[in-house]
Design a protein around this ligand. Structure first.
Ligand SMILES: Cc1cc2nc3c(=O)[nH]c(=O)nc-3n(C[C@H](O)[C@H](O)[C@H](O)COP(=O)(O)OP(=O)(O)OC[C@H]3O[C@@H](n4cnc5c(N)ncnc54)[C@H](O)[C@@H]3O)c2cc1C
Length: 398
C-alpha cells in the first residue's frame, strides 16, 4: 500500500456483511490494484440475518450449507486474498494483526468483527441458554429443540414442552415466533405436543427503537402465534432447568434461548482506543478510528454517532453494516490516493421483523407493513442478498 499509510496490504478483519462488502467494493473500485486480504475464522460468509429459522434448521434434510456462502465462491474471480484464522490481537502502533495462523502486517485495516452475546453478569446465563448469534449456536438450538419435541408426546399428563426466549428485541421476537409456529410433527415425523413459548422482554420497552405501529402489529401477531409475553422484568439467574426473574418468580423450562443483547468481541474491547456502548469501537464521521489514519471500523463492532440527529447511535443491523462498508471502502481508497475522506450518512430504508414463516411486521418509509406482504418483502430481500453475494456482486439490499 502506498501513500502515508506505509507498507502492507489492506487487511479486512471479518467476512460478515460489513467485511465482505468492504473487500468487494475496494476490489471493484480499485479494479484489483489495491492488495486486499480478507481474514475470517471460517472460510464462509454466514447469512446471519436468517439464523432465526430454527424450525427449518431442525427439519431433517436441512444442512448448515443453507445458511452460508463459501468465500472462495464469492471471490473466485477477484484478486482478494482469503486468509483463515482467528484474530487474536491487533497492534495499532506496529500495524500488525496476530492471527491463530500467524502474523500479518497491514497498510490499512478495516475492523469488521461483528459482536458476541452479552450476558451482563447474569449467573448461569452463558452455561444454560442457547443463542442464535452464531451459526453453531443456532444449529445447536435446533438440535436441542428437535430432541425435546421428539420426546414431547411422552411427557406426563397434559404437560407440553416449555421454551423461554429472553430478550424483547427483533431477534427474540423472531426466534420465539419461529419456535411457536413450526409444525414440529412435520419436522420430527412423529406426533408431538406443541410447545408453550414465552418471550421475556426484560426491563427495556418491547422492540425498543421501532415505530409504534410496527411494535403494535408485532405484538398482535405474536399473540396469534401463541407466544406469551412477560414484560418488565429482567432475568436474575439461570439454572439448568429454570430461570429466576428479578421479582423472585421462577420459570421452569425445557429450552431457554438468550437473545438479550450483544457486545463487541474481546479483541475489539481490548484495543486502547475510545469505546462506545458495549465496548463498540467509537469511530469518527468517516468511520475511521480517531488518531489512527487508515484504520476503520464498520458494522456491529463500530459505533457511529449521527451528527445530524442529536448524536444518536445507528442500530447494529446488517442494513447499517452494508451502508457503512461502502463508505469505508471509498475512504480506504481515498487514504490510498491521499484524497479527502467522505463522511458516512445513514438513512434507514425500512425494517421488517419476521413473526413466523408467513407473517411479519415492518416499516417501509412512512408505511407500516404487516402480515403476509411484510413476510414476502423480508423473504425477497433475503433471497436477493444471498443471490447477489453468491455471484460475487455487492448487494444494496437487506
Ligand atoms: C437472528 C438474527 C436476525 C437478524 N435479522 C436482521 C435483519 O432482518 N436485518 C438486519 O439489517 N439485521 C439483522 N440482524 C443483525 C445482523 O445480522 C448484523 O447486524 C450483521 O450481521 C452485522 O454485520 P457485521 O459484518 O458487522 O458482523 P457479522 O455478520 O457478525 O460478521 C462478523 C464476522 O467476523 C468474524 N469474526 C468475528 N470474530 C473473529 C475473530 N476473532 N477472528 C476471525 N474472525 C472473526 C465472524 O466469523 C464473522 O464472519 C439479525 C441478527 C440476528 C442474530
Amino acid at each position: 500500500m502506498r501513500s502515508e499509510l506505509g507498507e502492507g496490504p489492506l487487511v479486512v478483519a471479518g467476512a460478515g456483511y460489513a467485511g465482505l462488502t468492504v473487500a468487494q467494493e475496494v476490489h471493484r473500485r480499485s479494479r484489483g490494484a489495491l492488495p486486499t486480504v480478507l481474514v475470517d475464522r471460517h472460510p464462509v460468509h454466514v447469512l446471519r440475518t436468517e439464523l432465526y429459522e430454527i424450525g427449518r434448521m431442525a427439519a431433517e434434510g436441512s444442512r448448515s450449507a443453507d445458511w452460508i456462502v463459501p468465500l472462495a465462491e464469492v471471490f473466485d474471480r477477484s484478486l482478494v486474498e482469503l486468509r483463515e484464522g482467528e484474530v487474536e490481537g491487533i497492534d495499532l502502533e506496529a500495524r500488525t494483526l496476530t492471527l491463530s495462523s500467524g502474523e500479518i502486517a497491514f497498510g490499512a485495516l478495516v475492523v469488521a468483527l461483528g459482536n458476541v452475546a452479552a450476558y451482563y453478569g447474569v449467573e448461569g446465563a452463558r452455561e444454560h441458554t442457547h443463542q442464535v448469534y452464531r451459526l453453531s449456536g443456532a444449529l445447536a438450538l435446533a438440535r436441542r429443540l428437535r430432541e425435546v419435541m421428539l420426546g414431547s408426546a411422552d411427557l406426563p399428563g397434559e404437560r407440553r414442552p416449555r421454551v423461554l426466549v429472553v430478550g424483547g428485541g427483533a431477534t427474540g421476537t423472531e426466534v420465539a415466533a419461529e419456535i411457536a409456529t413450526t409444525n414440529w410433527a412435520a419436522v420430527t415425523g412423529r406426533p408431538t405436543r406443541p410447545p408453550d413459548v414465552f418471550l421475556i422482554t426484560g426491563s427495556l420497552p418491547f422492540l425498543a427503537g421501532l415505530p409504534p405501529g410496527v411494535v403494535e402489529r408485532a405484538r398482535s401477531l405474536l399473540g396469534r402465534a401463541g407466544v406469551s409475553l412477560v414484560f418488565g422484568l429482567n432475568v436474575r439467574r439461570v439454572e439448568s432447568d429454570r430461570l429466576t426473574l428479578e421479582d423472585g418468580t421462577t420459570l421452569v423450562f425445557d429450552v431457554a434461548v438468550w437473545c438479550a443483547g450483544l457486545e463487541a468481541p474481546p479483541v475489539a474491547r481490548q484495543l486502547p482506543v475510545a469505546h462506545g456502548h458495549a465496548g463498540r469501537l467509537a469511530v469518527d464521521a468517516c468511520l475511521e478510528l480517531p488518531g489512527h489514519p487508515g484504520v476503520f471500523a464498520v458494522g456491529d463492532v463500530a459505533e457511529w454517532k449521527d451528527p445530524g440527529d442529536d448524536g444518536s447511535v445507528v442500530p447494529a443491523t446488517a442494513q447499517v453494516a452494508l451502508a457503512e462498508a461502502r463508505v469505508a471502502a471509498q475512504n480506504v481508497i481515498a487514504r490510498w490516493n491521499g484524497a479527502p475522506l467522505v463522511p458516512f450518512r445513514y438513512r434507514q430504508r425500512g425494517l421488517v421483523v419476521a413473526v413466523g414463516p408467513r407473517r411479519a411486521a415492518g416499516a417501509l418509509g412512512p408505511l407500516t407493513l404487516w402480515s403476509s406482504p411484510a413476510a414476502l418483502l423480508k423473504r425477497a430481500v433475503q433471497r436477493e442478498y444471498s443471490r447477489a453475494v453468491s455471484h460475487g456482486e455487492t448487494s444494496g439490499v437487506i
